[in-house]
Design a protein around this ligand. Sequence first.
Ligand SMILES: Cc1cc2nc3c(=O)[nH]c(=O)nc-3n(C[C@H](O)[C@H](O)[C@H](O)COP(=O)(O)OP(=O)(O)OC[C@H]3O[C@@H](n4cnc5c(N)ncnc54)[C@H](O)[C@@H]3O)c2cc1C
Length: 372
Amino acid sequence: VTVTSPTELGLRVRRFLARHRDSGTFIPGCDAWLSGFSPSFSALLGEQGWIGVTWPVQYGGQGLEQRHRFAVTEELLAAGAPVAAHWTADRQSGPSILQYGTEEQKRSILPGIAAGRCFFAIGMSEPDSGSDLASVRTTAKKTDSGWVLTGRKLWTSHAHHAHKMIALCRTAPAGEDRHAGLSQFIVDLQSPGITVNPVRLIDGGHHFNEVVLDDVPLPDQALLGIEGQGWKQVTQELTFERGGPERYMSTFPLVAAALARVTASPASRQAIGKIVADLWSMRQLSLGVLAESTAGRPADRNAAITKDLGTRLEQSLIDEVRQLVATEADPTASDEYERLLAEAILHSPGFTIRGGTTEILKGVIAKMSGLR
Ligand SMILES: Cc1cc2nc3c(=O)[nH]c(=O)nc-3n(C[C@H](O)[C@H](O)[C@H](O)COP(=O)(O)OP(=O)(O)OC[C@H]3O[C@@H](n4cnc5c(N)ncnc54)[C@H](O)[C@@H]3O)c2cc1C
């Protein structure tokens, strides 16, 4: 398939999604990049070549530019498509493996991700270690044949049906420099010694888990990158995690549904103008993060700004559209707007927590700006 521009690719994705929505392959959801878990839909996107689009062809990618990936993700989010199964792997696990992995890891893992058939979970947070990530207590001890992992990860989205997880572990005791002695591992979630316990959401949904690691044996090849360099690597991973359009578009399907039924008046025109301007500003900020990282410049500060401003916007949009189209929120409603409104309300508290809380992001921004 010849692709000439990100815009053209985006339009192709838009047409594909409209066709599949109309034929009932999926129904649009709010926050569907985290809660819309559909292996068959991910495989469908993999067939189109729309996962790992920037990765080299020999690893299953399309060798396209970051702007192409941005166009694809933006359309998937706008449509509220069920993309959660592959989202983490496409956004951060695959890019981390591409950056730090061995040739063997790249060849054995990336093509499966790009095909929409290999899904990853994020193994960072633990009980008592969320914001202060360097305090993780899960250990990885060297053995003759590899490593043994012991500890507990928490809030691990989709660990119950992901194939692998990148786990941040302590491989040497914390000394003066707390950021030293951490390492990342690619953990096969079917390994012996792993128990995945569900943690239910407020609406009864299940994506959260506790992952208990009870002397889990891993081969030498499970180490990702360099032993002891886990902090540097995880910080890079968080930049992938924070700067993208999913940080301001989780409630976009609700906005679109509201605009479809709003009645024209001077007040509604003004309100819609503000929503569009806010979203467009976030888009420019996110594209700025992309431009910086594509040019090889550090993008962590602007990624943190994007995540902080974007998640607060995607939360406040709920109230703004309610002013435009007042209705009851009902998760079981057949009316799409009522259902999307309920989804948005129930999921929105997590927006400013996941991927780093608002307070922590403000600290990162201050530090990176030389203010702290
Ligand atoms: C929807 C969702 C999905 C998630 N998915 C995953 C996942 O897949 N994998 C994973 O590893 N984690 C995941 N998380 C966990 C998430 O990264 C953590 O919840 C987050 O980092 C906060 O950590 P904590 O919950 O331990 O809160 P804490 O760190 O205990 O923070 C509690 C409160 O104290 C504030 N606080 C803490 N330290 C400071 C400070 N120094 N200064 C000022 N305020 C401070 C925080 O801002 C917060 O308001 C997910 C979370 C959510 C909500």
